[in-house]
Design a protein around this ligand. Structure first.
Ligand SMILES: Nc1ncnc2c1ncn2[C@@H]1O[C@H](COP(=O)(O)OP(=O)(O)O)[C@@H](O)[C@H]1O
Ligand SMILES: [Mg+2]
Length: 385
């Protein structure tokens, strides 16, 4: 049996969504496979880490007295020693060595590369995108800069920091006025449509920027795509890529807000799902083919591995496609879409575990040390024996 730790929760506004993804489908499918021993590792909102097998049931998190139950739990520690172990302190501490980590965190400290950096340092295989690709994908400005450099179409944009906004407002307003309006104002790092405003005229602009700056110290202003059709494409793989179906969410209003994204779909079972989406999207063969090509290219350029989902904005009149953003941990892994593409949840999660192990092996093959005599050459007294 492989010992797999599924890490979820975390200090992020997407804490609860992360808990859902961890259970549906990750823990459910790993347990059903009978191939793994699953350790649910839950990071509470205050940053404490817990692990108890009863947390393998989503019901644990829905108990009315959940907070009190959690307060009675022992915290779990992590030990790094050429790999990762979970350690429960006590007179005789209990230790479990983990073979693969399955991060299930959305948003800050989880999907932004922080956790991946920690796991890389620990020397344990982990599922999904690595530190660098996660960090770039989490920053909407970095994403656009990297994609632009590689010739992948994104909407024209202006970006600035909080400090620049307070120091050079007039210059920035001038730059923004040169964009084609309406524009979207977004915090650079948040997801779930939080802090995003569509602005139709200059009188609304400053207020929208203040709203975005309330959440982030980096702001993006970009041209709006009109006659909008949104589609998304889940992709998995390291070097050889497998595509799910191009999906068109149908429950979108002009701005897809948090409640809509998670709650309306949630009533029918876990986030955006097939009942609210067209899978495959009926956008014609030509657009579908372009979306797939751009999706693969975006995945490659950002250095994604394991799994990611690329979101597109299409101007349906002009037939123009733009890459909007990349999610390195798609909510619930978009298992509803993978199912339509012929990949069961079990195949999906086990496939991702294999990809994690493959990538780890490849990286182990790289040389990370370099013998040098620089220490001997450096001046200064030697310790005499
Ligand atoms: N440039 C744009 N043109 C048209 N609609 C946009 C644009 N940018 C964002 N939107 C709308 O706002 C939603 C949220 O923006 P997005 O950049 O995807 O942020 P989030 O990270 O919150 O998902 C998109 O799904 C889309 O409906
Ligand atoms: Mg989005």
């Amino acid at each position: 049996m492989k010992e797999i730790a599924v890490i979820f929760g975390g200090k992020s506004v997407e804490h609860d969504v992360s808990t859902i993804t961890a259970h549906i489908p990750i823990i459910e499918a790993l347990l059903a496979s009978n191939k793994c021993d699953v350790w649910p590792v839950y990071i509470a909102k205050d940053g404490s880490w817990y692990s108890n097998k009863k947390m393998n049931a989503l019901a644990y998190f829905k108990q009315p007295d959940f907070e009190e139950q959690l307060a009675r739990e022992k915290k779990v520690g992590l030990s790094f020693d050429k790999g990762l172990s979970l350690v429960w302190p006590g007179i005789i501490p209990k230790t479990v060595r983990i073979d693969v980590v399955f991060p299930s965190m959305h948003g800050t400290f989880g999907e932004d590369g922080s956790l991946m950096g920690l796991l890389r340092m620990a020397g344990v295989p982990y599922v999904g995108c690595d530190m660098a690709s996660s960090a770039v994908a989490m920053d909407k400005v970095f994403t656009k800069q990297v994609l632009t450099q590689e010739g992948i179409p994104v909407t024209p944009f202006v970006w600035f920091t909080k400090k620049e906004w307070s120091d050079e407002q007039a210059g920035l307003l001038e730059k923004i006025s040169k964009l084609h309006w309406p524009v979207f104002v977004k915090p650079a790092h948040l997801g779930s449509s939080i802090g995003i405003t569509k602005v139709k005229n200059e009188s609304e602009l400053e207020n929208a920027i203040e709203v975005a700056l309330h959440y982030d110290d980096k702001v993006l202003v970009e041209e709006s795509v009109e006659n909008l059709i949104e589609v998304t494409l889940p992709i998995m793989g390291n070097d050889t890529l497998r595509l799910a179906e191009v999906e068109r969410p149908l429950n979108k209003t002009e701005l897809f807000d948090f409640t809509e994204k998670y709650m309306s779909g949630g009533k029918k079972g876990g986030g955006a799902n097939s009942a609210y989406s067209q899978i495959p999207a009926e956008i014609g063969d030509e657009l579908t083919a372009t979306v797939k090509e751009l999706g693969k290219e975006t995945y490659r350029v950002l250095g994604c591995s394991g799994i990611a989902r690329v979101d597109f904005l299409i101007d349906s009149k002009a037939n123009k496609i733009y890459v909007n953003e990349v999610n390195t941990l798609p909510g619930s892994l978009y298992h509803h879409n993978w199912k339509k593409a012929g990949v069961s949840s079990m195949e999906l999660v086990l496939g991702l575990v294999s990809l994690a192990e493959e990538r780890f092996k490849e990286q182990e093959g790289l040389t990370h040390t370099f013998r040098s005599d620089i220490l001997d050459k450096i001046g200064g007294p030697k310790i005499s024996k």
